[in-house]
Design a protein around this ligand. Structure first.
Ligand SMILES: N[C@@H]1[C@@H](O)[C@H](O)[C@@H](COP(=O)(O)O)O[C@@H]1O
Length: 362
């Protein structure tokens, strides 16, 4: 692998030319607009509910959560919440590409399709909306701004209007959609308490950024040159694990990594664990936590490179204790971005650098 050092330009594997003209990668800042972006997303709840109420009044029976990459993984929490709390509505969490290729028969007038994207230009996500419309489904979509192909294609559309609060915004949007589905489908939950706690999430996340920005430099120093990093999560925490592994380490740092569901880990991946093998484990506060704890407990006995990311390590100012579980997936997710920002400095590899995405046809 080509590794950039500050002041060196990689040419081929093992060959680089020194130049002082190359600037070191700075720390990607914690988004300054995070709290206002979260508030903007939360404020759109009622208009989302109105569309969904209409769909359930007409007898909707299925919900499809559709997206690609970071916009696919943003739905792990939403899928968990819907499956946990709904008996009569089935939930499908699927990538845009698979959604199009499978052409599920269930995508019809009884279906609700929720499509998400950051750019609003991902072609398979836009095509998924077109497909779902043609089939007569109720289609809802969100992305970073309305002036996009997705905004134009979607009959019911919302945006978070930020270029800097991205992954965190998408995961919050999917939670808002999930609770709007739960409310309009008649789930027995205290929605007033849920909304009251969600309103505290933005400031809590900002505080977490401050804390980990002071600590993650050391963590990154220890792991940024690893040959491979395995990342594990369960339930809603799979979003963070998938995001760190595929989007940050592989896509944005060109580092080898693999993501595994915690329960699946014991059905193959477990055999690779030995001393010196980095295993990063995400621990949330939902009913799947024991699955991730099992991986941690196994791995710490065999590897000196087990790192746990545990939402319980963080205070949540203003949260009711019994609603901490709401925040946990968002905490785990946001940690990945702050850790990646430190890797980018040490690897001198900006998080926006791509060699193929948006550059070559595929
Ligand atoms: N790492 C990126 C994600 O951040 C992005 O979400 C996804 C799809 O793009 P979009 O969200 O714009 O549809 O592509 C990649 O996976």
């Amino acid at each position: 692998m080509i590794r950039n050092e500050p002041g060196n330009v990689p040419i081929f594997e093992g060959v680089s030319v020194s130049t002082q003209a190359i600037e070191a990668v700075p720390l990607r800042p914690s988004p300054v607009d995070l709290v206002e972006t979260f508030d903007r997303i939360l404020a759109q709840r009622e208009s989302i509910e109105a569309v969904l109420r209409d769909a359930f009044d007409k007898g909707a029976k299925r919900v499809y959560l559709v997206g690609s990459g970071g916009s696919y993984l943003a739905n792990f929490n939403a899928a968990y919440l819907l499956e946990k709390h709904l008996a009569d509505v089935t939930v499908h969490h699927i990538t845009s590409g698979e959604f199009l290729a499978r052409e599920p028969l269930g995508v019809n007038a009884d279906a609700i399709v929720i499509a998400g994207s950051h750019t609003g230009g991902t072609k398979e996500t836009v095509a998924s909306v077109e497909f779902a419309k043609k089939r007569g489904a109720t289609v809802l979509a969100y992305c970073s701004n309305a002036d996009t192909a997705l905004g134009a294609a979607s009959p019911n559309f919302w945006s978070y209007d930020s270029k800097t609060t991205t992954g965190d915004a998408k995961q919050l949007f999917t939670a808002v959609f999930a609770y709007a589905v739960l409310k309009t489908a008649g789930a027995d939950l205290d929605f007033e308490a849920i909304e009251r706690n969600y309103a505290k999430l933005g400031p809590a996340i900002k505080q977490i950024h401050e804390k980990v920005d002071a600590e993650y430099g050391e963590l990154a120093k220890k792991y940024h040159t690893e040959n491979v990093t395995y990342v594990v999560g369960s339930g809603p925490g799979q979003a963070a694990a998938y995001n760190l592994s595929m989007c940050y380490l592989m896509e944005m740092q060109w580092m080898n990594s693999g993501f595994f569901n915690a329960a699946e880990f014991f059905h193959g991946a477990v055999e690779i664990v030995e001393d010196d093998v980095p295993v990063f484990v995400f621990l949330g506060e939902d009913s799947t936590r024991p699955l991730a704890e099992r991986v941690r407990d196994f791995a710490v006995q065999r590897s000196s490179k087990v790192v746990t990311f545990d939402s319980k390590d963080f205070e949540l100012e203003g949260f009711d204790e019994e609603y901490r579980y709401l925040a946990a997936p968002h905490i785990l997710f946001t940690l990945t971005g702050r850790l990646a920002a430190q890797y980018a400095i040490l690897n001198n590899h900006d998080l926006s650098t791509r060699r193929y995405m948006g550059k070559v046809a595929y």
